[in-house]
Design a protein around this ligand. Structure first.
Ligand code: ADP
Length: 481
């Protein structure tokens, strides 16, 4: 694709794609960390609790049994402890009240006769029941110590220790499984996040590219709309905006080319006429006068076109105008007086039926423009001896100004176009009548500016009928809604 101005490449580290992908990855990483730690910690804790309480109750059973001996000797302890059958499961250690080891089921350690330097034993000899459990090197290590009490006196302590590698292996297995699952999820999320973020940013990229293409003047460019999400809505809105832009641009181009064409024609005539005068030696003075008067007419036409163009441009700029209540009948009468000479020349009668009190909110100049253009056309495009009928009345909320004539009429197919700028049904006739093709566009735009609308139709009896409808001006001080 051609490089578009302003389309500088966004570095990946600042791209939307990376931000989206990172968001997915961070969220999933947090979930995975939780998944890998929380269940393990909870199950560890459960094992700790059950082990500690089991060991403690078993230590208590041994301590109760030993408490029945009269004298706490190594032999007596052994005789009591071994039949209980715990020694296969745990390391059982029994001390006297000073911590001296009387019995140790783990004989290989040769601890008998030594002092037990264990925190649990010290605590138990002080009268406390102690139970702890920890997880280390893939095994659970549980310890418990309880005092041996005889007639309310601590005469020794029973210490149990268990190393459970089976449960430890189970936990390690769970940990390993969670890690593998997490790894698979990680890879999947990575692939999906790259895929999704790419798909999303590709659509944003398409939109961005389209905006730049349109900005460069290619108004026919559209973005394709996929899916039904906000991005496709955005694309739809963009396409509609571009549609309007394209229409406006086409109207503007047509207007500029029509305007320059219209201005060129009289200029070319002036050029031709002056050349003829300059190049013809000894031209008849009457002919020179005719030519010069033609030049004057063309200059007049240029003036008319430029004045009307100015009017239209002023309206396009939509500068707010100060309006006031205007009596339409007075304006129509004034226009009638102005047109008297033109109508008289062609033997055309102008009849008016004006209802008094038809007041609209506008400017007098604008209403004059509307009435003048319509009534002048009715005279200009009339037949000698024809009639022009102007009717003004108020109907409901509207003020209706109707201008009818018995003239040449407008073909049905031209009716929708006559309000376009520079549009003329019969160019030669319009030209001969001093027309510019702008009068009706001025009428339409001016009427619209004051909330009105204009329509044109053929009269059944021949000729044309133009009607302008204005909203009737609300009387001041009247009932307010
Ligand atoms: P122009 O300056 O040529 O009169 P307008 O915009 O006023 O321009 O009118 C556009 C065209 O509409 C005219 O050229 C003419 O062909 C046609 N037209 C306007 N009014 C009438 C009418 N009353 N009867 C017949 N044709 C009309």
């Amino acid at each position: 694709m051609a490089h578009l101005p302003g389309a500088e490449k966004i570095p990946f580290r600042r791209s939307l794609q990376l931000k989206f992908a990172l968001t997915y990855i961070i969220i999933i990483a947090a979930v995975l960390i939780l998944l890998n730690t929380y269940p393990v910690l909870v199950s560890q804790d459960l094992v700790f609790r059950s082990k500690a309480s089991l060991l403690q109750s078993q230590a208590a059973v041994i301590a109760d049994t030993i408490a029945r001996t009269e004298a706490l000797t190594a032999e007596a302890v052994r005789d009591y402890v071994e039949p209980l059958g715990y020694t296969g499961q745990f390391r059982v250690l029994v001390t006297d009240e000073f911590g001296l080891i009387l019995y140790d089921s783990d004989e290989l350690r040769f601890t008998q006769g030594r002092y037990a330097m264990l925190g649990e034993v010290t605590a138990a000899l002080r009268g406390y029941d102690v139970a702890t459990s920890s997880y280390l090197d893939g095994a659970f290590h549980s310890r418990s110590a309880v005092p041996v009490i005889y007639r309310d006196m601590t005469i020794g302590c029973v210490y149990l220790y268990e190393r459970d590698a089976d449960q430890g292996a189970l936990l390690t297995e769970i940990q390993r499984n969670l890690r593998s699952i997490s790894l698979v999820i990680c890879v999947l999320v990575l692939i999906l996040s790259v895929f999704f973020s790419k798909a999303l940013t590709r659509r944003v990229g398409d939109l961005l590219r389209a905006i730049r293409i349109v900005r460069e003047g290619e108004y026919s460019h559209r973005v394709s709309i996929r899916g039904g999400d906000e991005l496709s809505q955005l694309a739809g809105e963009f396409n509609q905006l571009t549609d309007r832009l394209q229409t406006t641009e086409e109207v503007r181009r047509r207007f500029v080319s029509d305007a320059s064409h219209e201005l060129k024609t009289p200029l070319a005539s002036i050029r031709l006429l002056t050349d003829s005068i300059l190049q013809t030696d000894g031209m008849d003075p009457d002919m020179v006068r005719d030519f010069v008067s033609d030049i004057g007419e063309e200059a007049d036409r240029l003036t008319r076109i430029s004045e009307k163009l100015l009017t239209l441009t002023r309206m396009d700029s939509a500068a707010p105008v100060e309006t006031a209540p205007v009596d339409v009948a007075a304006v129509v009468e004034k226009v009638g007086r102005m047109l008297l000479p033109l109508a008289g020349d062609r033997n055309i009668s102008v009849e008016t039926a004006l209802q008094p009190g038809c007041v609209v909110e506008a400017t007098e100049d604008d209403l004059y423009q509307i009435a003048f253009n319509l009534m002048e056309n009715a005279v200009k495009y009339n037949v000698p001896g024809g009639h022009v009928m102007v009717d003004l009345r108020s109907m409901g909320d509207l003020i209706l100004l109707t201008v009818e004539d018995t003239g040449v009429g407008i073909p049905e197919e031209d009716l929708p176009k006559i309000f376009d700028r520079f549009y003329r049904v019969d160019k030669a006739r319009s030209r001969a009548a001093g027309g510019t093709g702008l009068g009706l566009s001025i009428v339409r735009d001016t009427a619209r500016q004051h909330g009105g609308a204009v329509t044109a139709e053929r009269r059944e009896a021949g000729g044309s009928r133009f009607q302008v409808a204005f909203p009737r001006r609300e009387e001041k001080g009247g009932p307010t809604p």
